[in-house]
Design a protein around this ligand. Structure first.
Ligand code: NAD
Ligand code: UGA
Length: 470
């Protein structure tokens, strides 16, 4: 019986291992983490992350061949295959701060694997890492060679939050990179055999280690680039009277461009796009590729521009001041169907409005008040460095923020509404009722282009959507 251990019970480790356990009943899968709280949540009725379909998968195999444990060393020692799915945030200090990936968590996991291993192991990079990380990991694993054979594989994860279970059940591809030696190729075949339980063979791609590592950064850079491209177009649409949805639809009909991932928005968020692009930029700079670095940097730059542009639009539309005005913020998560707020554009938009002394009333169906307050009080990049997080204490703007549990409560007496996450329930709101309870003139700033502009204008709202005629 093959034993798998995954270090890191987060957004990736939890769902990916649950799906492996479900699809491979004869494999024992242990997911381990240094966070006792996270492990306790995985073992409870209320899982630490909200992800459609995840509860069912976990319930089907937890206690059977899926285990969540804080006994990290024991499970690593017993495993044949060790996935490492720890966080790889942006460095906040020292060389490369603000760009380079911080591999502290990865390195400590690798050192622990080296220390506790008594048998041969395949070590799989599941986290997103800079290209060439496997070389450094190999050095750490073999630093006091005890005659153990470690094979390093790169197996980056491409799931998106909110659709993680579907993505894992039916991946566009699974990518496995390994050394081109007989041992390396045997390791690739072993991991391939795991995925082959449910993924068609032609969707399991194998490459060399560096191609696999770089493909992950490249995929995220290309995806984010599409959003920044359409968002850049949205600014031009607003200046010219073109409609960005019509433009996106028209260009998406070209089969070389394709229709997906062209939704203009207040900006992309999430834990990875910005971090991975900055990491790519840093790698290019380190390799003396200044032009390539500056090309990719623009993707992040346009994203920041888009978030700023949105705040400016709100303030300028509301007669150049939002001071003392109540603004309802609908949605705080970085996209629908997740409670994740890492790098959500809502943080920048809310902080921008608070900087102009607005009074915010925030509602998100999946994000807690504590999380929202923590996010608004935090320095950039600190969210993934627990050691930098201070206990939550009142900040200057605490009194300017209310977090409520209903969109109607949030919008009552408000001067304006900012829609920052495309939750389905916001499409079904009774905007007549909302309008009646708001201050006039009543503004809607739709950062996700989900409302029917004509209908809202008929009701009496002043509506601003991204990239649409005013
Ligand atoms: P996460 O923060 O949700 O989970 C990481 C977990 O690792 C945490 O629970 C942390 O406590 C644990 N951890 C850190 N160091 C450890 C150690 N030494 N031993 C045991 N546990 C340790 O992060 P995530 O969102 O799951 O992302 C993990 C990696 O996967 C990142 O590199 C990310 O870029 C990549 N990735 C994320 C997504 C996504 O949608 N979130 C998708 C694809 C790839
Ligand atoms: C993204 C990638 O889609 C995954 O393939 C990848 O595995 C993952 O990053 C990762 O490495 O972490 P994720 O961030 O979970 O997944 O979600 P996306 O659906 O990609 O959305 C990212 C952001 O872009 C969200 O804020 C979303 O609202 C925004 N977006 C997305 C747009 O503004 N427009 C679009 O057309 C699509």
């Amino acid at each position: 019986m093959v034993k798998i251990c995954c270090i890191g019970a987060g957004y990736v480790g939890g769902p990916t291992m649950a799906v492996i356990a479900l699809k491979c009943p004869e494999i024992e899968v242990a997911v381990v983490d240094i966070s006792l709280q996270r492990i306790a949540q995985w073992n409870s009725e209320s899982l630490p992350i909200f992800e459609p379909g995840l509860d069912e998968v976990v319930k089907a195999c937890r206690g059977r061949n899926l285990f969540f444990s804080s006994d990290v060393e024991k499970h690593v020692a017993e495993a044949d295959i060790v996935f490492v799915s720890v966080n790889t945030p942006t460095k906040t200090r020292g060389l490369g701060a603000g760009k380079a990936a911080d591999l502290t968590y990865w390195e400590s996991a690798a050192r622990m694997i080296a220390d506790v291993s008594r048998s041969d192991k395949i070590v799989v990079e599941k986290s997103t890492v800079p290209v060439k990380t496997a070389e450094a990991i190999e050095k750490i694993l073999t630093h006091n060679n005890k005659g153990i054979n470690f094979q390093i594989l790169s197996n980056p994860e491409f799931l998106a939050e909110g659709t993680a279970i579907d993505d894992l059940f039916k991946p566009d591809r699974v990518l496995i990179g390994g050394r081109e030696t007989p041992d390396g190729q045997r390791a690739v075949a072993s991991l391939k055999a795991v995925y082959a339980h449910w993924v068609p063979e032609d969707r399991i791609l194998t490459t060399n280690l560096w191609s696999a590592e770089l493909s992950k950064l490249a995929a995220n850079a290309f995806l984010a680039q599409r959003i920044s491209s359409v968002n850049a177009m949205s600014a031009l649409c607003e200046a010219t009277g073109a409609d960005v949805s019509e433009v996106a639809f028209a260009i998406g009909k070209d089969s070389r461009i394709g229709p997906r991932f062209l939704n203009s928005s207040v900006g992309f968020g999430g834990s990875c796009f910005q971090k991975d692009i900055l990491n790519l930029v840093y790698i290019c700079e380190c390799n003396g590729l200044a032009e390539v670095a500056s090309y990719w940097k623009q993707v992040v730059h346009i994203n920041d521009y888009q978030k700023n542009r949105f705040v400016k639009r709100v303030v300028s539309s509301m007669f150049n001041t939002v001071s003392g005005k109540k603004i309802a913020v609908l949605g705080f998560a970085f996209k629908k169907d997740t409670g994740d707020t890492r790098e959500t554009p809502a943080i920048d938009v809310c902080n921008g409005l608070l900087g102009d002394k607005a009074l915010l009333s925030i509602y998100d169906p999946q994000v807690s008040e504590e999380q929202i307050r923590r996010d608004l009080a935090m320095n950039k990049f600190d969210w993934d460095h627990p050691q930098h997080l201070q206990p939550l204490s009142p900040t200057a703007s605490s009194n300017s923020v209310r977090v409520v549990w209903d969109a109607y409560e949030a919008t009552k007496d408000a001067h304006g509404i900012c829609i920052l996450t495309e939750w389905d329930e916001f499409r079904k709101l009774d905007f007549r009722k909302i309008y009646a309870a708001m201050q006039k003139p009543a503004f809607v700033f739709d950062g996700r282009n989900i409302v029917n502009v004509d209908e809202l204008r008929d009701i009496g709202f002043i509506v601003y959507s991204i990239g649409k005629p005013l």
